[in-house]
Design a protein around this ligand. Structure first.
Ligand SMILES: NC(=O)c1ccc[n+]([C@@H]2O[C@H](COP(=O)([O-])OP(=O)(O)OC[C@H]3O[C@@H](n4cnc5c(N)ncnc54)[C@H](OP(=O)(O)O)[C@@H]3O)[C@@H](O)[C@H]2O)c1
Length: 248
């Protein structure tokens, strides 16, 4: 059977663990060349070896997304090696502190904004020419339900995801008329380190593993996918409620 991402090059940030790792593995098994970005180079290299052992293709790009210079260097390395980029999954994120707003540490606030918003802004700008050189660039931004919930102690995490969604709305309008398609996924409760920190009282075995999200991320990365400007709740999508997607 033909693989769904044959001849496609996909950048996944935060590919060393959690949801990013599951997406990277799924993309490689569907035939994509996966660019594994993150700051844990050893873990990324282990993943690269695992993908290669399974017959897939992956390359490691070490970068600290909190550092604008490092993000620019990441983009420069990609531009040196690839004339176009078909898929960008903006997955890496920081949860920040879980404290009320009035006690929120400003440096943690700024750190979340740097990683969850500014790094993606820089990558969109630096990689713009590569997306436009693809006949079907697909950009998938990971948000969270708390972006619009006003939930206590979600502080800079929720605010940064709301900012990311606002950024997506602008970018969608500004990339009109190009083959670029931009969608947002809210993964919902998923068994990762971030979720364990966000909901320590929860039994991790009661929520889905990151691999469960793979089919959605594969669909959104395909050439055929014409979804544009949709905010997809992954749990709805996995339950077959695709019509529940709303505009970003
Ligand atoms: N899990 C859930 O239930 C859930 C729910 C809603 C939304 N999400 C979203 O889904 C995405 C993935 O979350 P996850 O649960 O897989 O989180 P995770 O297990 O905490 O993984 C986060 C990833 O981001 C990377 N990262 C963080 N800061 C970085 C930095 N400065 N430079 C480079 N990489 C950095 C981490 O790398 P290190 O290992 O180096 O820290 C890790 O690879 C996030 O956007 C998150 O907001 C998750």
């Amino acid at each position: 059977m033909a693989r769904k991402l044959e001849n496609r090059t996909a950048l996944v940030t935060g590919a060393n663990r959690g949801i990013g790792l599951a997406i990277a593995k799924a993309y490689a098994s569907e035939g994509a060349k996966v660019l594994l970005a993150g700051r844990n180079e050893a873990a990324l290299k282990r993943l690269q070896a695992e993908i290669a052992a399974a017959g897939g293709q992956a390359k490691v790009f070490a970068a600290d997304l909190e550092d604008a210079a490092s993000v620019r260097a990441l983009a420069a390395s990609i531009k040196r090696e690839f004339p176009s980029l078909d898929v960008f999954v903006a997955n890496a994120a920081s949860l920040g502190a879980r404290v009320p707003l009035v006690r929120y540490p400003l440096e943690t606030w700024r750190q979340s904004l740097r990683i969850n918003v500014e790094a993606n802004l820089i990558l969109l700008g630096e990689l713009d020419a590569l997306f436009k050189a693809s006949d079907s660039a697909r950009i998938i931004l990971l948000s969270a339900n708390v972006a619009t919930q006003g939930k206590a102690t979600t502080g800079s995490y929720a605010v940064s995801k709301a900012a990311l969604e606002a950024m997506a709305r602008i970018y969608i309008v500004e990339s009109k008329g190009t083959p670029i398609r931009v969608n947002i996924v809210s993964p919902g409760p998923t068994r990762t380190e971030m979720r364990a920190r966000a909901a320590p009282e929860e039994n991790p075995m009661s929520i889905k593993p990151p691999e469960a999200l793979a089919p959605l991320f594969v669909e959104l990365a395909t050439r055929e996918c014409q979804r544009q400007g949709e905010w997809l709740n992954a749990d709805d999508w996995l339950a077959g409620r695709t019509a529940a997607a709303r505009p970003v």
